[in-house]
Write a protein that binds this ligand. Structure first.
Ligand code: ADP
Ligand code: MG
Length: 338
């Protein structure tokens, strides 16, 4: 039984570790698209947590560079597999956590594919947005009582209309969307969830930002003019503001420049240490994309070094309290054995 106590203790320790907020980074490599030659890829090697990129001399300084992330999905990774590793985070929204999931990468690398899915959407190819909403709606059957069900789109986009068409009942979801699927704009779906734990009566409020960021590529100014240029530079500004916020969090600076862009203001709650954050970093396999791929992965590496404080539920749920109590009683039991 001593063994059992140790085992229990370890399990609880892991659960508590899991409740700690930090930034997770998942890397996803897009497959070659139909009609593209697929013999040459910049991805030299990948496994569950590592990816190695090869630069052929023609495209820059020849060499290999490896990166480590919490998870690496190869070109054959499915939407279902990606969601299986996202689901625990979505579930924590129901426990009252703020969760932020954002998709980063150059245009064409698969951000929208991950977050929404391809244009010819099927049940199998539904992206994280749909699966997350379905998960939260289904939650009403898992002991979450949702008295006032509503879904309120503030600015409609086709994505949100599609979500509404899913037409599930018993949801306490309000969604706000901004912008469209353009590669030059960010697209953000915000979901607020309020739930009541039927056994303890605790009210929990969680929120979830699902962000499909603008393309991270450097904008060639000769290609965009006038308002488009203003828009493009503005968006690049907000991505670099995001980079600055992340760098300053990584350096544990006392001042974090959230106010420098709308995007970082929006994400402040999610990046500030009270939340759980997941970044999907997307990579195109083509040789001529290797420059952007490397700068994308370097950015992601920087993001993954950020340590946030412990994530906290907006109202301490009985789950956390219960875990704490169990831990102290297990510690006491262990002490008695020693
Ligand atoms: P982004 O949003 O980053 O600009 P998209 O998500 O639009 O890129 O992806 C570009 C193209 O590649 C689309 O046709 C998309 O369906 C396809 N694609 C992206 N990722 C995958 C994937 N993992 N599997 C299959 N097709 C993908
Ligand atoms: Mg897109």
């Amino acid at each position: 039984s001593y063994q059992k106590v140790l085992e229990e203790n370890r399990k609880l320790y892991n659960q508590v570790q899991d409740l700690k907020g930090n930034i997770r980074v998942y890397c996803r490599v897009r497959p070659f698209l139909p009609g593209q030659p697929n013999s040459l890829s910049t991805v030299d090697h990948l496994d569950d947590g590592n990816i190695t990129i090869t630069t052929p001399s023609k495209y820059g300084k020849e060499g290999k560079k490896s990166f480590t992330f919490n998870k690496v999905f190869g070109p054959s990774g499915t939407q279902e597999e990606v969601f299986a590793d996202t689901q625990p985070l979505i579930r924590s929204v129901l426990d009252g956590y703020n969760v932020c999931i954002f998709a980063y990468g150059q245009t064409g690398s698969g951000k929208t594919h991950t977050m929404t899915g391809p244009s010819d959407l099927t049940k199998e190819t539904l992206g994280v947005n749909y699966r997350a909403l379905i998960e939260i709606r289904n939650s009403s059957q898992k002991g979450f009582n949702v008295p006032d069900a509503n879904l309120v789109p503030v600015t409609s986009t086709s994505d949100v209309l599609n979500l509404m068409n899913l037409g599930h009942k018993n949801r306490a979801v309000s969604a706000t969307a901004m912008n469209d699927r353009s590669s030059r704009s960010h697209s953000c779906l915000t979901v607020h969830v309020q739930g009541k734990n039927m056994t303890s009566g605790t009210i929990l409020r969680g929120s979830m930002h699902l962000v499909d960021l603008a393309g991270s590529e450097r904008v060639d100014k000769s290609e965009v003019l006038g308002d488009r240029l203003k828009e493009a530079t503005h968006i690049n500004k907000s991505l670099s503001a995001l980079g600055d916020v992340i760098a300053s969090l990584a350096q544990k600076n006392s001042h974090v420049p959230y106010r420098n862009s709308k995007l970082t203001q929006l994400l402040q709650d999610s990046l500030g240490g009270q939340a759980k954050t997941l970044m999907f970093v997307h990579v195109s396999p083509e040789l001529n994309a290797v420059g952007e791929t490397l700068s994308t992965l370097k950015f992601a590496e920087r993001v993954s070094t950020v340590e946030l404080g412990s994530a906290r539920a907006n109202k301490e749920g009985s789950d956390v309290k219960e875990l704490r109590e169990q831990i102290s009683s297990l510690k006491a039991a262990l002490a008695r054995k020693e």
